[in-house]
Design a protein around this ligand. Structure first.
Ligand code: HEM
Length: 312
């Protein structure tokens, strides 16, 4: 008994015949050969089209329904505790102030820089605002270290954020997915390699900015102990890392949490700490499977909101 050609095979043969002029027999032979190679890519294209359509549908229903995340039907999970959200809020506000009062010094020739410095009280007050914001950044850095050292949740989060060989494999698979070489997306646990990179970028950024900023703040005292090149290097490091950090935030971080078409205009998790079940399944399937398997929950696992009776 001969195998019937699949729909895909028939469609390829038809295309080869009508658009490329192959006779029917040659088109059928070539289609049988091509379908195995085209099938995985075809599946990828279909998935992409579906994702675009779903995202359009979501936008449409978001416009109609006042609370789309709850209205999506599924449960919500508490992904981040109040402690984590407060740390994030203090850091975000202080970094915004640091960028607005720092970059105008780096680009002091620009007219807009003068306007921004004047907005923050002029050349005498703006450096004070920078130092006050810097103090908040140092405070939140210490708070975070204490959170890791002293709380079970903090320690568990930290362990989950450590880079592992699986992250490199996930990144490689993601690239292959984007190139259409596979239709299998990498499956993430609580933190994807992108989120881990975001987290560790802040660590090294904090070390450089607080270290070099302290040297700039107390330059006279440092010059009594160190040669001038030491404070010069601190100024260069501070100035260059400031630009790098700003670009990383605006391009990398804002894309992931604001401008990504699936998140636009913003991912509200940083305010509510919650994530919809749909997002859990799509973005953190390994964590979702663990949580819903009935196994005991770890201190860093997201919890269904009903279980906690609201926010923590
Ligand atoms: C995200 C964090 C930060 C950003 C984006 C930032 C940005 C900047 C920039 C662009 C400059 C001007 C450098 C130049 O003239 O080329 C500057 C100066 C300065 N920064 Fe920062 N900074 C940050 C954190 C800090 C911290 C944590 C401290 C203190 C520990 C600090 C203390 C200073 C001081 C003392 C100056 C010298 C200018 C002045 O007197 O106001 N900065 N900052």
């Amino acid at each position: 008994m001969t195998d019937q050609p699949s729909h895909l095979e028939k469609a390829i043969a038809e295309q080869l015949h009508s658009a490329h002029g192959l006779d029917l027999e040659a088109a059928a032979r070539r289609a049988a050969d091509m379908q195995h190679r085209l099938a995985p890519r075809f599946a990828t294209w279909v998935r992409r089209e579906l994702t675009i359509l779903e995202s359009r549908d979501r936008k449409r229903s978001r416009a109609q329904a006042p609370r789309p995340r709850a209205a999506a039907g599924g449960r919500e999970f508490q992904r981040f505790s109040l402690n984590v959200r407060l740390q994030h809020a203090v850091m975000a506000v202080s970094v915004i102030f640091l960028i607005l009062t720092g970059l105008p010094l780096k680009f002091s020739d620009l007219a807009i820089s003068k306007g921004v410095i004047n907005f923050f009280g002029g050349p005498d007050v703006s450096p004070i605002v920078h130092r006050v914001a810097a103090s908040f950044l140092i405070f939140v850095g210490l708070w975070h270290l204490a959170y890791i050292a002293l709380t079970r949740e903090g320690r568990a989060h930290f362990m989950l954020l450590l880079p592992r060989p699986q992250d490199a494999r996930d990144a490689w698979q993601q690239i292959n997915y984007f190139l259409g070489r596979t239709d299998q997306r990498p499956r993430f646990d609580k933190f994807s390699y992108v989120e881990k990179f975001d987290y560790w970028a802040v660590y090294w950024g904090m070390v450089i900015m607080i270290g070099s900023g302290t040297v700039l703040w107390f330059t006279n005292q440092f010059l009594k102990v160190f040669p001038k090149w030491f404070t010069d290097i601190a100024k260069e490091a501070h100035s260059d890392e400031a630009l790098l950090a700003t670009l990383a935030i605006v391009i990398w971080h804002f894309y992931n949490v604001h401008f990504n078409p699936h998140k636009f205009p913003m991912n509200p998790t940083f305010i509510t700490g919650r994530i919809s079940e749909q997002e859990m399944i799509e973005e953190h399937p390994l964590e979702w499977e663990r949580i819903t398997s009935g196994a005991p929950l770890g201190p860093a696992d997201s919890r269904p909101v009903e279980e906690k009776g609201g926010q923590r």
